[in-house]
Design a protein. Structure first.
Ligand SMILES: *Cc1c(COP(=O)(O)O)cnc(C)c1O
Length: 367
């Protein structure tokens, strides 16, 4: 059996290091916002190429704090519209709504699984104040074109980089450094994953960094001095220790992901399966390898019979979720088709070449 993702195996190479850092954590007697959080923030900012990284409790809060932060700074106000792809994970939408802003959904494109630049431009109104590109499945949104539109209409760009740690533009700029601010998640399955919940905001904007730092910690500027009605959503000290161990191998793991994706891309030859479109390999870190198939139920059962795990990212688009009834009347045919047809096949840096070959062979035999 090749599982969709073996998290234990993914963390096995770090086991000895984790035990050692847990020791130092325990010995330090310092459990909240200690040296490991500060070190990780510095290391992650350096990695992304930004001036600042601020650790948060998870990715959702990272995104929400950016939007709340811009409200504190007077760059956004209640009711402003934020453009976001209609096929994103629900967290992006919830972050916007929880910041009391209005998500405006923009239809996705079937080949890149991202929103189209034309769609974004057409959705801009007087109330639009920000664009939230999601680098879905690990592939960068069309940032150059979006930056042009944003400059023309004076909009903020807030990246949802939760699936794209390390994805690079052709001129070497990384996800997290492609807009005004970015939210990352270090949920265990992400390309850079903790052993629990964790997230971060990256930005070059000093004022925003200062506000986010307060928002994650009860709005405090110093101990028991509360300037803002903030939240309790700090990056956990222990998770920071773990992340510090994993960050140095992120690029190598992303490269391994790309190598496997390339084997899939050239090896899978089956007219019933539509492979992802990858215009630029460096700009994709293959958080997921997502294919499309018309008869999805039958295909998934076939994979299972042949010992291959799979998952669907995602089975229900946000505008069809029970949690968001006010969007039910909206219609996004491409997004709906994507959600009806996508299947994610195993892609982990720990997959063996023999397993990759076996997966390709099984996929090619599907009729
Ligand atoms: C994982 C994810 C998030 C949320 O991250 P959490 O750490 O689970 O809160 C947001 N957006 C996208 C696209 C994600 O994949």
């Amino acid at each position: 059996m090749i599982p969709f993702l073996d998290l234990k195996k993914l963390n096995q190479p770090f086991e000895a290091a984790f035990q050692e850092v847990f020791r130092s954590f325990l010995d330090s007697g310092y459990y909240i916002l200690g040296t490991a959080v500060r070190e990780f923030e510095a290391a992650f900012a350096a990695y992304c190429g930004t001036k600042y990284a601020i650790g948060t409790g998870n990715g959702l809060e990272a995104l929400r704090f950016i939007l709340e932060g811009y409200k504190v700074l007077g760059k956004l106000s209640e009711g402003d519209e934020v453009l976001v792809a209609s096929n994103t994970y629900i967290a992006t939408l919830l972050a916007i709504r929880q910041a009391h802003l209005v998500p405006v959904l923009v239809e996705a494109e079937a080949d890149t699984y991202n929103f189209s630049v034309a769609g974004v431009e057409a959705a801009i109104t007087k109330k639009t104040k920000a664009i939230m590109p999601v680098h879905l499945y690990g592939q960068l949104a069309p940032m150059d074109a979006l930056t042009e539109i944003a400059e023309k209409h004076q909009l903020l760009i807030v990246e949802d980089a939760a699936q794209a740690h390390g994805a690079e533009t052709s001129d070497g700029r990384k996800a997290g450094n492609l807009g005004h601010a970015a939210g990352f998640s270090f949920y265990p399955t992400k390309n850079l994953g903790a052993l629990g919940d964790a997230g971060a905001v990256t930005t070059n904007d000093e004022a925003l960094a200062e506000v986010v730092k307060k928002l994650r910690n009860y709005g405090a500027s110093s101990k028991y001095v509360n300037e803002l009605p903030g939240a309790n959503s700090r990056l956990d000290e222990l998770q920071a220790y773990f992340l510090l161990e994993k960050l140095p191998v992120l690029d190598a793991q992303n490269q391994r992901r790309r190598d496997i994706a390339e084997q899939y891309q050239t090896g899978i030859k089956n007219p019933l399966l539509t492979l992802p479109s990858v215009p630029q390999w460096q700009s994709h870190v293959f958080h997921l390898y997502v294919i499309r198939v018309k008869e999805r139920e039958r295909f998934i059962a076939y994979l299972k019979d042949n010992g291959i795990g799979s998952l669907i990212h995602y089975p229900i688009p946000p505008h069809r979720q029970e949690a968001l009834p006010e969007y039910h009347q909206l219609s996004f045919p491409v997004t709906e088709q994507i959600h009806d047809e996508v299947v994610s096949i195993p892609l982990s840096p720990m997959l063996e070449d023999s397993e990759v070959r076996q997966i390709i062979e099984v996929l090619n035999r599907f009729t």
